[in-house]
Design a protein around this ligand. Structure first.
Ligand code: SAH
Length: 463
């Protein structure tokens, strides 16, 4: 380690800034963001006329000996000779100094910064590669939950109150760990700050009464298959889980992103195979949360689209367990994007219906009457094995049998496959889809898709 990162309290005195060029101005912005009282020295009247900055004490000419007294730091980019002299003077006066791009003259350097209010991350490469530092900063930006700074501020506001309650055998450290890792943290980071704060107040009131610890459940959408289509929130959930209950639909690529030490339980309900049953899943989710674990219920696509996320959420809430839902990219959106198939299109397709062909009464009983209009795109989930009933139902209700259709199999996965044709041929197209999940899209928009255009190209070439 060549440099030790330290956090300066810039409210303790003025920061002297010297120079009027782009480098000096960049430093001005950083210092202002950190709330510094800045004394900005520029070297000419012209520079002064161009130095627009709010809440800054502007001076013309170099800082004199008096100016150094009490200054927290000096930052300069004013030309070689002046910089060298300023650095020497600062050192003589024991004022920390940074000369822009001159580590040899500086006693400190500026790190790359991730700024989330009270949470600040400093990244340095010892000056070796600012580009690498910037890359690392981008990575950390993505990893940190958006509201982490506000969350830190919330805990800061209640620190004293908890401290006052300190008594023998009560660990404030464990208390804050439970807040951060438990339902309060999850709720706050999910944007439900009022509820999180209420729960925190309650927890502080109960602190030391040995309140039983309770876990929480996050019902998380895993998207259609490609792990890059996970949301950042879903990734955070996977990386902090103690136990993950997953459906068969979730791809191995996604499960590989789960925290290493977490337990993974497959509770999938494959078509034709029973799985462990919804009741049993609900019971296990409740039991794990009550045992204080961080539970993730992982579902393909979005949990609230044919995912039974609604039922699970209600069952958990009835048991008084904190639940949050993390949305996922549903199959229709993932598959359509991959196939270059716009689900709506100006003037042509003004409505999108998401329907399931797997109803309790059977596919033959589905009411297709509202879906026959040309401007309606129909995305049919779970329709592969009942494709003839889907076609028969739609045509009988009045949809044109020449309507373009697509069967999008294993969308966004490495072995995805798109087949297009017309509604009258849907059963044959479905039969060619192969194993795995597939989505049927019915509507004129299919003619815009890549697979359709390629098929037309082949026909024209054959003619
Ligand atoms: N909650 C999921 C849907 C679960 S129902 C979601 O929002 O996507 C299961 C059906 O979803 C499958 O029968 C299939 O029609 C569709 N499906 C899920 N993943 C898919 C994929 N990768 N490619 C095509 N269809 C998919």
């Amino acid at each position: 380690m060549r440099y030790l990162p330290l956090f300066f309290d810039l409210s303790k005195g003025p920061v002297i800034l010297v120079g009027a060029g782009a480098e000096a101005r960049a430093k001005l912005r950083i210092l202002q963001a950190a709330g510094a009282a800045i004394r900005w020295h520029v070297l000419s009247r012209d520079d002064a006329n161009n130095a627009y900055a709010k809440d800054v004490e502007l001076r013309i000419g170099l800082p004199g000996a008096d100016d150094f007294l009490g200054a927290v730091a000096l930052v300069a980019s004013a030309g070689r000779d002046i910089d060298e002299e300023l650095a020497a003077r600062s050192r003589a006066m024991n004022v920390p100094v940074n000369i822009v791009d001159r580590p040899d003259l500086s006693t400190f350097i500026f790190p790359s910064i991730v700024d989330r209010g009270d949470v600040v991350v400093a990244i340095g490469t010892g000056g070796a590669s600012p580009v690498l530092a910037r890359r690392l900063r981008e990575t950390i930006e993505q990893l940190l939950p958006e509201r982490i700074g506000e969350f830190a501020a919330l805990m800061g506001r209640y620190r004293d109150r908890l401290h006052a309650l300190r008594h023998r055998g009560f660990s404030t450290r464990q208390f804050w760990e439970r807040v951060i890792d438990g339902p309060i943290g999850t709720l706050f980071l999910a944007g439900r700050s009022a509820r999180a704060e209420a729960a925190l107040i309650l927890a502080i009131e109960r602190a030391g009464l040995d309140a039983p610890k309770q876990g929480h459940v996050q019902i998380v959408g895993a998207g259609p298959g490609d792990p890059d289509l996970l949301t950042l929130k879903a990734l955070h959930a996977l990386q902090s889980a103690d136990i993950v209950f997953t459906d068969d639909l979730v791809s191995p690529d996604i499960l590989s992103r789960v925290r290493r030490d977490a337990e993974i339980v497959h509770v999938g309900k494959r078509k034709g195979q029973p799985g462990i049953g919804q009741e049993a899943i609900n019971r296990r989710l409740v039991a794990e949360a009550k045992a204080g674990r961080k539970v993730v219920r992982l579902k393909g696509g979005d949990p609230f689209i044919f995912g039974r996320g609604g039922e699970e959420r209600e069952a958990l809430e009835e048991e008084g367990i904190a639940v949050t839902v993390v949305p996922g990219i549903t199959a229709a959106l993932g598959c359509a994007a991959e196939a270059g198939l716009p689900l709506t299109f100006r003037k042509e397709a003004t409505r999108l219906s998401i329907v399931t062909a797997n109803t309790a009464e059977g596919a033959e009983k589905i009411d297709w009457s509202g879906l026959t209009d040309r401007a309606t795109t129909v995305a049919v989930y779970m329709g592969l094995t009942t494709a003839s009933a889907v076609r028969d139902g739609l045509v009988a209700a009045g949809r044109d049998p020449r309507t373009p259709v697509a069967v999008l199999a294993r969308g966004t996965r490495p072995d995805s496959h798109a087949i297009t044709g017309t509604l009258s041929h849907l059963p044959a197209l479905a039969a060619a889809a192969g194993q795995g999940p597939a989505l049927i899209v019915v509507g004129d928009v299919v003619a815009h898709s890549r697979a359709w255009k390629e098929a037309v190209g082949h026909l024209e070439a054959a003619e």
